[in-house]
Design a protein around this ligand. Structure first.
Ligand code: CNA
Length: 380
């Protein structure tokens, strides 16, 4: 774990999310996207709907909860149907090839379908169920000073969170499919469950911003410690001890007050390159991660898939290029996959990967090798 970071980039929570100014669509974009086929005509028809309709599309399901929003259609000059709503709009941009560098920003909500509770969901979230850990306040369980004083509450929780008990779900495989289609610039996850790697998203496409259980070190002197030995000690109810300074060893999960991993700083290059930001299953309450969503260009569409509006999506009106689909993440992602025509491919990938059969043929792999290649293919 890197030690030389500015205090600005330390993990602090909870805090407000920085706001950005409202911006307009870059006029150059419409020039770049002159209608050359019926798909583009459809797309422009969506772009030219009234401000009220456009606003509904950006807000997606939140304003259309009583109807199957993504199945609804707007008629177009060419006579074909245009999916309405946030998912329809983003799906169409993707199908039209206007999106080539997607950055995904994710949180605990992408793993609840795998059976891992998030932090803040009332009733089921970890924060609502911490009584058994005997801690003074919920955040104490991830507070480095509290850990220094008493590592046992975190180790009790770690036993439940250690990778190995849970499997990736449809949402993880959707993100892997983004990669296989050559569209994933990078995934930034706050999760520590390792499910992104497990579903086959390659290391170079993944930034585990809050660390992981894959490595371990002394929380005082940072001397590395064998991760498997640390796991065994924790599973047996013991505290792994640093051989150098006798401090408690912990998995390299980033606590409040600790530095973020080196890789996180790749965001300075990635976010300006993004042409679509997908924000999934996070409350955007933990800084500095939360503010990353404000570092894409103001003309770049941001799609929030979450149960409720969070961060900059809480304000009204929404920024012009912001879209959100509220509701269960697995449902929303599946709808988007259906719009893109990827659903069956994702299911095949998921089934073969989960069954360990490796019968799925990676379209990026022209040699026909069925192994889990980290190569990508392009939908364009
Ligand atoms: P959070 O604050 O608990 O927010 C989760 C968000 O996801 C909330 O807005 C929920 O409404 C939403 N959500 C949960 N389930 C669904 C669902 N099925 N469909 C739609 N929306 C859903 O968690 P954050 O990720 O924002 O907070 C960051 C913390 C959580 C990170 O530092 C992690 O280390 C930590 N965490 C990680 C895990 C994990 O690795 N799986 C589990 C619990 C906590």
């Amino acid at each position: 774990m890197s030690k030389a970071k500015s205090s600005r980039d330390r993990r602090i929570a909870p805090s407000g999310v920085a706001r950005v100014t409202r911006s307009s669509i870059n006029p150059q974009d419409s020039q770049r996207t002159k209608p050359t086929d019926s798909g583009l005509v459809d797309d422009l028809s969506l772009m030219s709907v009234s401000e009220q309709q456009a606003s509904l599309a950006r807000k997606g399901k939140s304003h259309q909860t009583s109807s199957p929003s993504t199945k609804a259609v707007l008629s177009s000059p060419s006579g074909s149907s245009v999916p309405r709503g946030a998912l329809g709009t983003i799906g169409r941009l993707m199908k039209l090839g206007r999106v080539r560098n997607i950055v995904v920003v994710a949180g605990a909500g992408i793993s609840t379908a795998s059976g891992i509770p998030d932090f803040r969901t009332p009733g089921t979230g970890l924060y609502a169920n911490l009584a058994k850990y005997d801690i003074p306040y919920p955040e104490a369980i991830f507070n480095i000073d509290y850990f220094s004083d008493n590592p046992h509450p975190f180790f009790s929780l770690a036993k439940e969170l250690y990778p190995g008990h849970h499997r990736p779900n449809y949402v993880h495989y959707f993100i892997r499919m983004l990669h296989q289609k050559g569209l994933l610039l990078r995934m930034y996850t706050q999760n520590i469950d390792g499910l992104e790697k497990l579903c086959g998203i390659p290391d170079d496409k993944l930034v585990e911003a809050h660390g992981s259980f894959a490595t371990a070190a002394c929380h005082l002197c940072y001397t590395p410690y064998p991760a498997e030995e640390a796991k065994q000690a924790i599973m047996n109810g013991n505290v792994p001890i640093c051989t150098f300074c006798a401090g408690a060893v912990k998995p390299n999960v980033v606590f409040f007050g600790e530095d973020l991993p080196e890789k996180y700083f790749q965001h300075a290059e990635d976010f300006p390159k993004a042409d679509l930001l997908m924000i999934m299953g996070t409350s955007l309450k933990i800084e500095p991660f939360a503010s990353l969503v404000n570092t894409v260009k103001s003309t770049v569409p941001r799609l929030l898939l979450n149960r409720d509006p969070v961060g900059p999506f809480e304000r009204r009106p929404l920024r012009r290029c912001d879209y959100m689909e509220l509701g269960d993440l697995s449902d929303s992602v599946r709808k988007l996959a259906e719009i893109l025509g990827w659903h069956t491919e994702i299911q095949d990938l998921m089934n073969s990967h989960e069954n360990g059969l490796c019968s799925y043929t990676d379209p990026s792999n022209s040699s026909g090798d069925n192994s889990d290649s980290s190569e990508t293919d392009s939908m364009h």
